[in-house]
Design a protein around this ligand. Sequence first.
Ligand code: PMM
Length: 391
Amino acid sequence: MGVVNVTPDSFSDGGRYADHDAAVAHGLALAADGADLLDVGGESTRPGAEYIDQVTELARAVPVVERLAEATDVPISIDTRKAAVARAALAAGAVMVNDVSAGRDDPDLLGVAAEAKAGLVLMHMQGTPATMQDDPRYDDVVGEVEAFLAERCAAAKAAGVPTDALVVDPGIGFGKRDEHNYALLGSLPRLTRLGHPLLVGTSRKGFIGRALGLGVDQRDEGTAATVTWVVERGARIVRVHAVRTMARVVRMTEALLAATGPGGTVTVNGDRILLRGLRVFGHHGALAHETALGQVFVIDLELALDLGPAGTSDDLAETVDYGRLAGHVAELVAGRPRRLLEAVAEDVASLVLADGRVDEVRVRVAKPHAPLPLDAAEVAVELVRGRDGSR
Ligand code: PMM
């Protein structure tokens, strides 16, 4: 997805394409450079940017959409938070709406996308562009972004947008500190499990500038590193400024993936074997009566591995036999007493990863009858371990 900003103040190419002729020429150049999508925006959403009125945004973006739609077959998306702008751009030839507010700023936008049978990008943002970088805070950024995107997908579906029209985006740099951006970039496979194509926009953003100590016009190599990273982890669309360079980076990353399969700790295709609610009697605990009397532990497992070979061959030998695995885990948990649930979970993770086909495992160990001073529904620990020892 190539960026065509028709704004005087966008952080990267702001001002240069403010004029319609120049924006159209830039869009056509991006199309020639290999863009699969052109994202036309008339409102800057860079940190600190002020809200602009509908009339200005319409006047900036819609003529550019119209002229690009006439001049190229590359599909066009409209980057807007306003239903009226989305409606006019769709009428002018756009086929997708990219809403950085995910339908919250103008709830009519969801209905507009539904009616036009358009694609719809729902992005996470904490706050608004004017204030989002003031003091972003999260308890669990990945969990919160995941829950937000799931909720916005449900809202879009309720407004009539078909499931297969939805694209989700973690909103890199939108109400996020660097640590939040990195946490999200490290957890993209989890977001792919929402079941919608994942769009990621890292191009020339501030966290790259801070990592390299470089200004906005010198961040394309840093952007290239992030593009490889996100494609390997399941992103289907990357929103970039330097289309020719990044199209090559994507093609090379895809060639590597095709030849070698996904590396690292996580299967890029999101394949999983789930084993939930395995109840085992064991003697783990920090208290003497727990070790003496024992109690029930409930284990949930999620294994990331490529299920393609077994799916094709229909041969159990090509995959993890979950029946056998359940037996081995039950034996382990019923065996050596451990003081902490963390240690039990770590033991189980090591056992699962002993099968070299498993790229990553999520282990959850719950103690339904934990001796707690207060009334609590459940106590559990959960950890994720990768084949290469990553956490
Ligand atoms: N980033 C910008 C603008 N629009 N839309 C989506 N879906 N995702 C993004 O990451 C995103 C976006 C900011 O970059 P710009 O000012 O260069 O357009």
